[in-house]
Design a protein. Structure first.
Ligand code: GLC
Length: 533
């Protein structure tokens, strides 16, 4: 039987095709490269791959600037190869979702080219134009390091055009019904090819209205509901994952009554996991989880530690942001916009205990976890590369030249310096080593999927009198798991209330014992305790 709620208990894996595996020696990763590596992903145990944009693009924003919605950039392969990839993944019970960039196109898109060169073009009204740069003053600027305004003067058009991201990414005009229709056609095209759904990029910004901050507008929700209804009607079981970098109460409407998005990223919990690890206290995490409203039964959060962007600090207070920068971005070049452009392992001092602990939190919190490619082996970053490119370096497959990523000249060198260089950190050596990070993450994935307690939305914090140990209970379908995470670098003892003093089994060690009143945890250690009686 087809399980249309598969995403509620799935582990996701995010991939940049360009950086994953090159199959033809041109130095850029491609679709065939990913197809070759599906066995690896099956071994890791993931259920669904999210691939970042593969559309033809001038790459001013790494493919989030699309020049043609109906094909694959030739550097990555062809539509036929894409179909082969989807079929090969499906044979392994792995699903694939891809980015759907609704908000904007590239300025190289033929619609924009036509729109800017002729006021009477049928495409003129596909974009948002103005004679002044005074409208929508309350909309914030997102790429603060590069953009001074959301309006850019276009000489050819003789008007300003509106853009929420780079000035090479003009926003589409969703007040135009043709635009709305076009994007449904785009969705249909990829769904017909067999894709399992979309990570819908930057959805809060579809509409503009004077006197608002132009985010999360009712018109935007109405359109997204249309997209969902279209998918439910023609493609049941395929999903929409919402990228709305917002507070939990503002993401909540994106789930609608279970009739808008199936999933939404939980942005605010992410920086608080890093805060917890650095402060050795869990209260910030608990606070944001308490502030997270319940979501409809057929919906699920998506949790993550890192992704292809800067570690965003938009969902923290100004004071917290300064603190995070001080603690995690000691060098100015580590900062980008309102975030930090580093990977998981270097952020956590390449300390295996901290990396595992962060993952313990990721895999046991409510929501379906997403692993960013390379983080399962503890890959590093390259701060010499501009923008977010430093966290999008080639996957480190083995210790042969260019990390086994390509037989040609790579688009950018894999990390080669220091302890995180590919000579030390690579898939081949970790597959061989039963104690490697890879095998720990593999085990976490296996346990996460096996135990239905993790798939529910229920989470109860347990008060133990010790602020350094995050203790919570996950309960679902008759299964109870008590999770204990010592966030500090010293031994900690907690006092468990009687209700949680249980007989059971710790899932990692497979050791059976009784959780007594007093439990002592090693520095940065974690227990996933399955209560059996
Ligand atoms: C999303 C993507 C980011 C991109 C932006 C504009 O936030 O994650 O990489 O730059 O949208 O499309």
């Amino acid at each position: 039987m087809v399980n249309n709620l598969w995403y509620k208990n799935a582990v996701f894996y995010q991939i940049s095709i360009r950086a994953f595996k090159d199959s033809n020696g041109d130095g850029r990763g491609d679709l065939n490269g990913l197809t070759e590596k599906l066995d690896y992903l099956q071994t890791l145990g993931v259920d669904c791959i999210w691939i970042m944009p593969i559309y033809p693009s001038p790459l001013r924003d790494d493919g989030y600037d699309i020049a043609d919605y109906y094909s694959v950039d030739s550097a990555y392969g062809s539509l036929d190869q894409f179909k082969v990839l989807i079929e090969a993944a499906h044979r392994r019970d792995i699903r694939i979702i891809m980015d759907l960039v609704l908000n904007h196109t590239s300025d190289a898109h033929p619609w924009f080219q036509s729109a800017r060169s002729d006021r009477n073009s049928p495409y003129r009204d596909y974009y948002v134009w103005s004679d002044t740069d005074e409208k929508y003053k309350d909309a914030r600027i997102i790429f603060v390091d590069t953009e001074k305004s959301n309006w850019t003067w276009d000489e050819k058009a003789g008007q300003y055009f509106w853009h929420r991201f780079y000035s090479t990414q003009p926003d589409l005009n969703y007040d135009n019904p043709n635009v709305q229709e076009e994007m449904l056609n785009v969705a249909r095209f990829w769904l017909d090819l067999g894709i399992d759904g979309f990570r819908a990029d930057a959805v809060p910004y579809l509409f503009e209205r004077e006197g608002t901050n132009c985010e999360n507008l009712p018109e935007t929700h109405a359109y997204l509901k249309k997209l969902r209804a279209f998918m439910d009607e023609h493609y049941p079981g395929r999903i929409l994952l919402c990228e709305a970098n917002q507070w939990p109460e503002d993401v909540r409407p994106y789930f609608g009554d279970g009739d808008e998005f199936h999933m939404g990223f939980h942005f605010p919990i992410m920086p608080r996991i890093y805060m917890a690890l650095k402060k050795g206290r869990y209260e910030d995490m608990a606070q944001i989880m308490r502030r997270t409203p319940p979501i409809p039964e057929n919906c699920q959060w998506c949790t993550f530690l890192r992704n292809h962007d800067e570690l965003t600090l938009e969902m923290v207070t100004e004071e917290e942001r300064q603190w995070m920068w001080k603690e995690y971005a000691p060098e100015p070049r580590m900062k980008l916009n309102l975030g930090i452009r580093r990977r998981l392992a270097p952020l956590l001092d390449n300390d295996r205990r901290k990396i595992e602990l962060a993952n313990s939190l990721l895999f046991t919190l409510p929501g379906s976890p997403i692993v960013y490619y390379g983080d399962e082996i503890g890959m590093g970053d390259n701060l010499d590369l501009p923008d977010r490119n430093g966290v999008r370096t080639p996957m480190q497959w083995d210790d042969s030249p260019h990390a086994g990523f390509t037989s040609g000249t790579p688009f950018t060198e894999p990390i080669q310096q220091g302890v995180l260089g590919y000579q030390h950190v690579n898939v081949a050596s970790q597959l061989k080593d039963p104690n490697s990070l890879f095998h720990t993450i593999q085990k976490m994935i296996r346990l996460r999927k096996k135990h239905t307690a993790f798939s529910g939305s229920d989470m109860q914090w347990v008060e133990t009198g010790n602020p350094a140990v995050a203790v919570y209970v996950r309960e679902h379908d008759g299964e109870t798991i008590i999770v204990l995470n010592n966030l500090s670098d010293v031994h900690q003892t907690v006092r468990l209330p009687t209700a949680h003093q249980k007989i059971g089994r710790e899932l990692f060690s497979d050791r059976s014992f009784t959780l007594k009143e007093q439990v002592t945890l090693q520095p940065y250690s974690y227990l996933w305790f399955l209560a059996e009686y």
